[in-house]
Design a binder for this molecule. Structure first.
Ligand SMILES: NC(=O)c1ccc[n+]([C@@H]2O[C@H](COP(=O)([O-])OP(=O)(O)OC[C@H]3O[C@@H](n4cnc5c(N)ncnc54)[C@H](O)[C@@H]3O)[C@@H](O)[C@H]2O)c1
Length: 252
């Protein structure tokens, strides 16, 4: 996929996270100029990128201002990868009003608030690509109900852009990763040090997904290699949603 994004300007949110850092690296290797976004300078770390933006996806005004700053200081992006995400409320019992609103705000409203302002200028230009990092939680229930609802909403939003803006040369797709060992798992590992082994056994490929697996899929969906693909929710999940492995093991 070398040079598949040559000369493209790509924005990546959650760029300082476990998947985000790898995504930045893969996009740069593919020839893209990267604008890295995260909640704070500290969260972004020492990434070497063309431009950095810090804002909280939970703050609608901050999202819109970041879009304006990007356009005025670097230009209208060719590619937007909406990758930032957050969840802690693991089951319905843990989802109170605060958790529900917070997780919907960051994962769904924030993604929409940050991407929507780019639509009209992209339509006027006649090109643009969106990649939304959703989750297998959008496709079946694996816990985290508020996050799951937000991630399913992201798939719907990706399809809305694909369907309504395709005629203007805009493509929009979602990626639904399975479990990836990033800091997002630290709080679960603290509770159960064996959790990664337990979860890995649920995957037909026998292991969890890697940040590179997700980043490679994002490069593909951002590049002309996927010119005919729009409005899809692509599982990058080691086969998790292809079937029910524990069921098969039970009847074997
Ligand atoms: N790790 C997994 O198992 C997994 C599985 C499926 C989907 N995903 C999704 O992949 C994406 C990346 O996750 P990750 O595993 O790299 O997580 P991570 O926690 O390592 O990184 C998430 C990034 O998002 C940023 N972020 C969080 N809240 C924010 C806010 N309010 N405003 C701005 N930025 C904010 C964080 O600062 C961080 O850099 C997320 O959307 C996540 O939901 C992860």
């Amino acid at each position: 996929m070398a040079n598949s994004l040559k000369g493209q300007l790509a924005v990546i949110t959650g760029a300082g996270g476990g998947i985000g850092v790898t995504m930045v690296q893969r996009f740069q290797e593919a020839g893209a100029k990267v604008i890295a976004c995260d909640v704070s300078e500290k969260a972004l770390g020492s990434l070497d990128v063309a431009h950095k933006e810090f804002f909280d996806l939970g703050d609608p005004d901050a999202c819109r201002k970041a879009c304006e700053r990007i356009q005025s200081s670097v230009g209208l992006p060719d590619i937007i990868v909406s990758n930032a995400g957050y969840t802690r409320a693991e089951t319905l019992e843990q989802v109170d009003d605060r958790a529900w609103n917070f997780e919907i705000d960051v994962n769904l409203n924030g993604a929409r608030n940050f991407t929507a302002p780019f639509l009209e200028p992209m339509k006027a230009r006649g090109s643009g690509v969106f990649v939304f990092i959703s989750s297998v939680n959008a496709l079946a229930h694996f816990g985290n109900p508020a996050y799951a609802a937000a991630k399913a909403g992201l798939v719907a939003y990706a399809r809305a852009i694909a369907t309504e803006c395709g005629v203007h040369g805009i493509r929009s797709n979602a990626i639904c990763p399975g479990s990836v060992r990033t800091h997002a798992w630290d709080h679960r590992i603290e509770k159960d040090p064996q959790i990664l082994e337990k979860v890995s056994r649920l995957y037909p490929l026998g292991h969890m997904v890697t940040p590179i697996d997700v980043a490679n899929a994002a490069v593909f969906l951002a590049s002309p290699l996927s010119a005919g693909i729009t409005g899809v929710a692509l599982p990058v999940d080691g086969g998790l949603t292809a079937g029910n492995l524990p069921f098969i093991d039970a009847i074997r």
